[in-house]
Write a protein that binds this ligand. Structure first.
Ligand code: ZN
Length: 354
């Protein structure tokens, strides 16, 4: 009899229409690699050489204000430029290009150089949520913006060039690939069922329970049935709403709280500052989209320890992503972890956790 726990199978992602190969039997393979711990990184509260610290000068000579919670500014090295002239290129129907104007912003989460999201107080993460709401609302109103992608790359492993806690916002004129896929699937589901895809999915997961990591009054934190990365997580709102700007004050607070608890569990998993790429998916600019259900994706690369990461190579790059550890066992591990940060344990709120 086919068993999800034992037999190789593929799982369907209804948000993208794609599949992931799951090989649960391979987790029984002997693992001879070293399980390394990395020495804790000590960073100063203020770094005079950091272009994101308060009062420091950035590229181009702009000086950061003495900000006290968050700071948002136009990226000094943007991938998109607002004054890109419209235009396109086409040859034989096979070579196609089009101009892509847009805006790139940087969001500093804290004036403190030494903090990360899980080490910040929930109220301080709330100010970051407020900044995201403000930027999303503002950029969605600007002419020529098609989509607002808010994201954070955390850790050198994810290509993050500066440890000062910060995220980015890229807002291009066109709807990007992953968002376009989720737009189409959610629209089709809503037209058929009259409910959002993620409302029904979250209800199903709450009923089954085995992939739930955490939940509060407004949000559910779970490992999707179709997750690709070993500890990939989705944060989905309980109430169907289409974007950050539609949150109540309570939902803003609750979002900050699940972000804090999830990222703390992540750090506690291998007792390391856990690298990831995270970002929100929400309605594109333009028409109101009742089928869009606000959610965040967290995609961390680590697999077995602070230094052993998963690679997307070979079959995964050329055919279909694959995973060994099942989403159910990954969820059980994250669920079992403390929401007290490992660096804070045994200390009485000393250094770095103000
Ligand atoms: Zn999504």
């Amino acid at each position: 009899m086919f068993d999800l726990k034992d037999h190789p199978h593929r799982r369907y992602n209804p948000l993208t229409g794609e599949w992931v190969l799951v090989s649960p039997h391979r987790t029984n393979r002997p693992w001879r690699g070293q399980v390394e711990k990395v020495p804790p990184e000590q960073r100063p509260v203020y770094d005079p050489g950091c272009y994101l610290c308060p009062g420091n000068t950035r590229a181009g000579g702009i000086r950061n204000p003495q900000y006290e919670s968050t700071l948002v500014f136009d990226n000094d090295f943007p991938a998109l430029l607002p004054d890109t002239p419209p235009g396109w290129f086409e040859r034989g129907g096979l070579l196609r290009a089009e101009a892509q104007p847009g805006v790139c912003r940087v969001v500093c989460f804290s004036p403190r150089h030494d903090l990360t999201i899980p080490e910040m107080e929930t109220s301080a993460i709330g100010r970051v949520v407020d900044a995201w709401v403000g930027e999303y609302s503002d950029l969605m109103m600007r002419p020529g913006i098609g989509y607002v992608q808010i994201f954070e790359n955390r850790g050198a492993m994810m290509g993050c060039s500066n440890p000062h806690p910060h995220g980015q916002i890229w807002a291009p004129s066109a709807i990007p690939n992953e968002v376009a896929k989720e737009h189409a699937t959610q629209q089709a589901y809503f037209e058929t069922h009259g409910r959002t895809l993620l409302s029904d999915y979250v209800a199903l997961e709450l009923e089954l329970g085995e992939r739930i990591v955490d939940a509060n009054g407004s949000f559910v934190v779970l490992i999707p049935f179709w997750a690709v990365w070993p500890f990939e997580v989705m944060i989905a709102s309980r109430r169907p709403f289409s974007g950050l700007d539609r949150m109540s004050p309570q939902e803003r607070d609750d979002l900050a709280a699940v972000i804090k608890s999830l990222t703390t569990r992540y750090d506690n998993l291998f007792e390391v500052s856990f690298p990831y790429t995270m970002g929100f998916h929400q309605r594109p600019a333009g028409e109101e989209s009742p089928f869009w259900h606000f959610h965040a994706h967290y995609c961390p690369p680590l697999l077995r320890s602070a230094t052993v990461r998963k690679f997307m190579v070979g079959f995964e790059m050329l055919a279909t992503p694959q995973r060994d550890i099942t989403p159910e066992s990954a969820a059980a591990r994250l669920r079992a972890l403390s929401t007290v940060h490992y660096r804070q344990r045994g200390e009485d709120n000393q250094g770095g956790f103000k």
